[in-house]
Design a protein around this ligand. Structure first.
Ligand code: URA
Length: 285
């Protein structure tokens, strides 16, 4: 009989990683024999995330109808509008949507798109996620985060003890960027007023920004993801008359996690989400 090759400490770490993987929705891990990695020149920052720009470009391209993966999109959630607060927020969101469609701020930079992806979720959600821009699946369906990154986001939401319909999900850009590129500062700035009003309408207790462009826009900073994530920040509506200030937790984009699905990155994202949950007084499932 072969001996257990792992020490008690290693077993503890493996258990933690498995629990985290389950929470983050991993239900299949290919079996392989780990071969010791030869020592490389890599510096201690080798495990640092790659620039966010790549994470999204790759993610959107991988969803670009290459026929490798059928994306199952759930139903559009519906909400009980008999609650007056929800009905008011819903009306406000509809008005912002109409204004966005009328102004079409994307016209200056988008050459072609199929659907405007305005955002969706509970109009009075306590938790709001802000991503970067629609990918191919979102462009096709008109719904945010329905592709592979969206499926991971759904699993993250479930791991937080919530359902997708309990949260509100929006993006910095509401149309698919030209050439699937990361939004430029100009593009983000053109769409920001609509996102800011959307946030104010929902007025969540916590915003989780997903990835660099969303985190930088919301926090009005040029900091790196590494320095922002895991730290509480706050967002205020630029119009002081709105008097809206909301706690913000920046974290990595699910598309980045898909590309760099390392125990370290999963642990970081889960730690960020746990901080958001604590703030929301939610219990993990
Ligand atoms: N990536 C995003 O940033 N937003 C989406 O809606 C989908 C993928």
């Amino acid at each position: 009989m072969s001996q257990n090759p792992f020490s008690p400490d290693q077993i503890k770490i493996i258990r933690q990683n498995m629990r985290m993987s389950v929470l983050m929705g991993v239900d299949y891990v290919p079996a392989f024999m780990a071969r010791p990695e030869p020592p490389t020149q890599a510096s201690p920052v080798a495990s640092e995330p790659a620039p966010d720009r790549d994470e999204h470009t790759d993610e959107r391209e991988s969803e670009d109808g290459q026929g490798t993966m059928e994306i199952q999109v759930g139903e559009v959630p519906t909400y009980d509008l008999s609650d007056p607060r929800r009905a008011t927020a819903h009306r406000e969101l509809m008005a912002i949507r109409e204004r966005y469609e009328r102004d079409a701020p994307h016209k200056a930079f988008v050459t072609s798109f199929t659907n405007i992806v305005f955002g969706e979720g509970d109009p009075i959600a306590r938790l709001m996620f802000v991503g970067e821009a629609p990918g191919a699946d979102e462009d096709r369906t008109g719904r945010p985060f329905v592709g592979r990154a969206g499926q991971l986001l759904d699993k993250m939401i479930i791991a937080m003890g919530l359902r997708r319909e309990d949260v509100y999900i929006a993006n910095v850009l509401k149309t698919r960027p030209p050439n699937n590129a990361t939004p430029t500062k100009e593009e983000a700035a053109a769409c920001a007023p609509y996102l800011f009003d959307q946030i104010a309408a929902v007025n969540p207790q916590v915003i989780v920004t997903l990835g660099l462009p969303a985190s930088r826009l919301i926090l009005c900073t040029d900091e790196s993801m590494t320095s922002m994530r895991g730290t509480w920040r706050s967002w205020s509506h630029p119009d002081p008359a709105r008097a809206v200030t909301i706690a913000v937790m920046p974290t990595y984009h699910p598309a980045f996690l898909l590309r760099s699905y390392t125990p370290e990155n999963r642990k970081k994202v889960w730690s960020d989400l746990k901080m958001a949950m604590e703030r929301l007084n939610q219990n993990p499932r």
